[in-house]
Design a protein around this ligand. Structure first.
Ligand code: HEM
Length: 122
C-alpha cells in the first residue's frame, strides 16, 4: 500500500469517508438532516483543507473551529459523535493508504477533534 501523495488521493479518501459517514446510524443524520450538506461543494472544501495541511499550502483559511461551534449550536456534538467520526476516518485511511502522510492525517484529526471538544464544552 502506498502513502497519500496527491490531491486526487485526498479527494478519493474524502468520498470514501463520506460514503461511510452519510449512511452511519450514529452520525449520518448530522450531515443529512442537521447540516443538509451540498456534497458537491463540501467534498472539494474538505479536500482543500487536507491538501493545505498535508501536501502544499493552497490558501485554505476557513475557521474550522467556528464552523463546528455553529454546528454544535444547532445540534449538540457528543463525545460518541467524535469517536465515531475518528473511527470512520481511521478505517477509511487504513483501508487505502499507509505511510507518513497517512499517519499525519490521523494524528492531526485526533488533535483537532480534542481541541474541538474542549472548545464546544467551554
Ligand atoms: C463529531 C464530529 C464531527 C462532525 C459531526 C462534523 C460535521 C461537519 C459538518 C456537518 C460540516 C459542514 C458544516 C457546514 O458547512 O455548515 C463540517 C465541516 C468541516 N469539518 Fe467537520 N465534523 C466533525 C469533526 C471534524 C473534525 C475532528 C475535523 C478535523 C479535521 C473536521 C473537519 C472539517 C472541516 C475542515 C470542515 C470545513 C470544510 C469547509 O467548508 O471548508 N470535522 N463538519
Amino acid at each position: 500500500m502506498r502513502d497519500i501523495q496527491t490531491r486526487e488521493d485526498i479527494s478519493f479518501l474524502m468520498e470514501a469517508f463520506y460514503s461511510k459517514m452519510l449512511k452511519d446510524e450514529e452520525i449520518g443524520y448530522i450531515f443529512t438532516e442537521v447540516a443538509k450538506l451540498d456534497l458537491e461543494e463540501h467534498l472539494p472544501s474538505l479536500t482543500n483543507f487536507w491538501e493545505n495541511m498535508l501536501l502544499q499550502p493552497n490558501g485554505y483559511k476557513k475557521n474550522v473551529m467556528d464552523i463546528h461551534l455553529q454546528l454544535n449550536a444547532k445540534e449538540k456534538l457528543q463525545p460518541q459523535h467524535f469517536e465515531r467520526w475518528l473511527f470512520l476516518l481511521t478505517e477509511t485511511v487504513q483501508e487505502n493508504f499507509q505511510g507518513k502522510k497517512a499517519e499525519t492525517m490521523l494524528s492531526r484529526a485526533n488533535s483537532i477533534a480534542a481541541v474541538m471538544q474542549i472548545k464546544i464544552n467551554s
